[in-house]
Ligand binder design. Structure first.
Ligand code: PRX
Length: 668
């Protein structure tokens, strides 16, 4: 591959190179995959030159770029000013009037999209429901009118606590239609977590369901709401979707069946124009410590970010069936199950249940059954597929797939290769998307059909995104020297604040590096300017004076044929500063033993260098993860540091408490 001449990191003479706080990078990943001529010929951005030209132009005159792009949305009134930036507060498309639900629904009703599937839903028991744009529009109008009937006005917050069923998207769009910011809480979260979020945002209505199906059982969703509301007295109405038909307690005067309520209202709900900066939603993100942060996104800028990135990064076409496996309780579900897909007139496939129910081939079955063209999932899922074994893919026809996406964590190069070869049949570009709840939409990712791919790298920034890797003084690091990943200017879909806490917003995101948004991630850029995320800055290891990102050591371990998953943490060590402790899970059928430990240590030494050789390797059945699938290294650090494996830290966001109990017994 020729070198990529965009946005190169600083030359090697930079003082930054000598900064002691940089992160050393040693992983040697050399593979490069050019876009296939066939994909490029049909893609929106079909050559690297075109991407580069558009990227440069977008940075040269961002107002011109974003202003032109925003014309793709439907407005009641166009804006007067593209961006007003009073650091760290931004306003976008100032003076414009818009409605997000009109952009996702109404504007598709005048043409051929009207009778096209907007949502294809597959329930865990196997039931399938399809909603065309026209049908979805009607459902959204009904629910919007029910909300109005219950006294919800523009600006009032509505809590959504629903499993992955179409009503989750309907509820979000109904809120958007009447200007009521929604706050979706993942339905796997506890009553306590729900209560805390309801009270923080002051919601007065909750939309929930009796339950949902997960691993063959009906979850008790409504029961959690009842418990949460014992401590949230301001909630006046609870609207309940009937999904499982299990018995639930309905409190008279507070709880209403949504299907009964929709029968009492009109199906006509005129969309009101709202200011571009009208709040669209608040989404809570836990962070590693402290109270959850209510990330506030507003209407026009957020929608534009979702619209454009879906269009360019997924190359989404009306005829595609697009399947994103994320729950609506996460930002990925907001931006890439709902808003971005629907604003482009796409077809969003929603699946309710677990990936291994009734067997580990459920996703492949879905792809085959619905002839999915675009599939977007997380590295944690990919590593589970690898662990479960290739035999689960074999009986299914995956030839409809034309593009694969990844999000949530760095994707280890070997997991990337497996995804590329086994799922994508070597013909689908892998779009590894780096972004965050706070950024609203993709920030760094390869343009399919244009950007040469390197397994494990999210590659290059989106248009208008001024991303850089800097040292503690804000100077760009030289190639392959790690530092902090920052964004140096505002972008339309950025968070506007932390709900109710502007000081925390400023301190958390804008105080670390002067004038920059700091994302909390460590990264490096290679000689082609490609970004490699090396892990969270808080997790960086400090071994004998070298600072190592966790992802490189983990990727080296995962590249061993016996290993499914790895998490690496530091343990205080008098001699080296920190000793490297690796927790690994094995592929199905592989036996643990001292021989394998030695082999793994030697393997890491070969892949990275002796400095990164784990001092201790523990075989585990599973790794502690958040409910969205991220490895919780914070807890592993405690397990590694304590002789008894005791955990004192907060475990409320942990997906499966048993994992920790088993880790304590893990062989070391
Ligand atoms: O550490 C990065 C990691 O996930 C963080 C954002 O998490 P959240 O707000 O929950 O949003 C997840 C969905 C966007 C980031 O700070 N992350 C996300 N995507 C990637 C990633 N790390 C590496 N590569 C990615 N593609």
């Amino acid at each position: 591959m020729s070198t990529v001449p965009v946005a190169k990191p600083a030359p090697s003479s930079s003082v930054a190179a000598k900064n002691a706080h940089n992160i050393d990078s040693m992983l040697k990943e050399k593979r490069v995959f050019k876009p296939s001529a066939k994909f490029a010929a049909a893609a929106r951005i079909g050559s690297f030159k075109k991407y580069e030209k558009m990227y440069k132009a977008s940075l040269k005159d961002p107002d011109q770029f974003w202003g032109k792009a925003a014309k793709e949305l439907t407005w009641f009134r166009t804006w007067k000013k593209v961006c007003v930036w009073k650091p760290p507060f931004a306003e976008w498309f100032v003076g414009g009037k818009i409605n997000a639900s009109v952009n996702c629904l109404d504007r598709h009703l005048d043409g051929p999209l009207r009778n096209k599937a907007a949502i294809i839903f597959e329930g865990e028991p196997g039931d399938v429901t399809t909603l065309t744009y026209q049908q979805l529009h009607r459902e959204v109008c009904l629910v919007a009118n029910v909300l109005k009937k219950h006294g919800v006005k523009a600006g009032d917050r509505v809590m959504i606590y629903l499993p992955m069923i179409p009503e989750a998207v309907i509820a979000m769009l109904a809120c958007a239609r009447i200007g009521a910011p929604h706050s979706v809480v993942f339905s796997g979260f506890s009553a306590e977590a729900l209560k805390e979020r309801i009270n923080d945002c002051g919601a007065k209505v909750v939309i929930t369901s009796d339950g949902g199906f997960r691993r063959g059982v009906a979850l008790k969703v409504k029961r959690n709401v009842d418990e949460a509301l014992l401590g949230a007295p301001k909630v006046k109405s609870v609207l309940v979707v009937q999904r499982t038909k299990q018995d639930v307690t309905m409190t008279p005067g507070r709880d209403y069946w949504l299907h009964e309520e929709t029968q009492q209202v009109s199906s006509v709900c005129k969309a009101e124009p709202f200011d571009s900066e009208h709040p669209l939603f608040i989404l809570y993100t836990s962070g590693s410590t402290g109270k959850p942060k209510g990330i506030l996104h507003t209407t026009a800028g957020y929608l534009l970010g979702c619209h454009l990135t879906t269009k360019y990064y997924f190359d989404l076409r009306p005829e595609d069936v697009y399947f994103c496996t994320a729950d609506v309780g996460w930002i990925t579900g907001h931006s890439y199950v709902a808003y971005g897909v629907l604003s482009n007139g796409g077809t969003s496939l929603i699946y309710e249940g677990a990936p291994n129910h009734p067997e580990p081939d459920r996703f492949w079955r879905i792809i085959d059954r619905h002839k999915v063209n675009i599939f977007y999932t997380a590295p944690t899922a990919i590593r589970s597929f690898i662990k479960w074994g290739d035999e689960w893919l074999a009986p299914h026809d995956l030839s409809s797939l034309r593009l694969l996406g990844s999000v949530g964590e760095p994707i280890n190069p070997e997991a990337w290769m497996w995804y590329y070869e086994k799922v994508g049949g070597k013909r689908c570009p892998i779009v590894d998307t780096w972004w965050q709840t706070e950024t609203g939409c993709h920030m760094i990712a390869p343009m399919p059909g244009a950007t040469p791919l390197k397994p494990g790298s999210a590659t290059l920034p989106f248009f208008g995104v001024d991303a850089a890797v800097v040292d503690d003084n804000g100077n760009e690091t030289e190639p392959n020297v790690g530092g902090k990943l920052v964004i140096r200017r505002p972008w339309p879909s950025m968070l506007r604040t932390i709900y109710g806490d502007a000081a925390r917003y400023r301190k958390t995101y804008w105080s670390e590096i002067k004038g920059c948004y700091f994302a909390g991630d460590g990264a490096r850029r290679d000689k082609d300017g490609y970004f490699w995320i090396v892990g969270r800055i808080d997790d960086v290891l400090n071994v004998a004076g070298h600072r190592l990102g966790t992802s490189e050591v983990e990727s080296a371990l995962v590249s061993h044929p016996d290993i499914a998953e790895a998490a690496v943490v530091g343990r205080p060590d008098e001699l080296k500063g920190q000793a490297v402790v690796a927790f690994v899970t094995l592929k199905n059928g592989v036996q643990a033993g001292p021989g394998l430990k030695e082999a793994l240590r030697a393997h890491v030494a070969k892949e990275i260098g002796p400095i990164a050789k784990p001092d201790e390797i523990r075989f585990a059945e599973g790794l502690p993860k958040t409910r969205s699938g991220k490895i919780m290294r914070r807890l592993l650090k405690e397990v590694a540091a304590s002789p008894t494996g005791e955990i004192k830290g907060d475990t409320t966001t942990l997906e499966d408490l048993n994992v920790i109990a088993k880790l304590k017994q893990a062989e070391d």
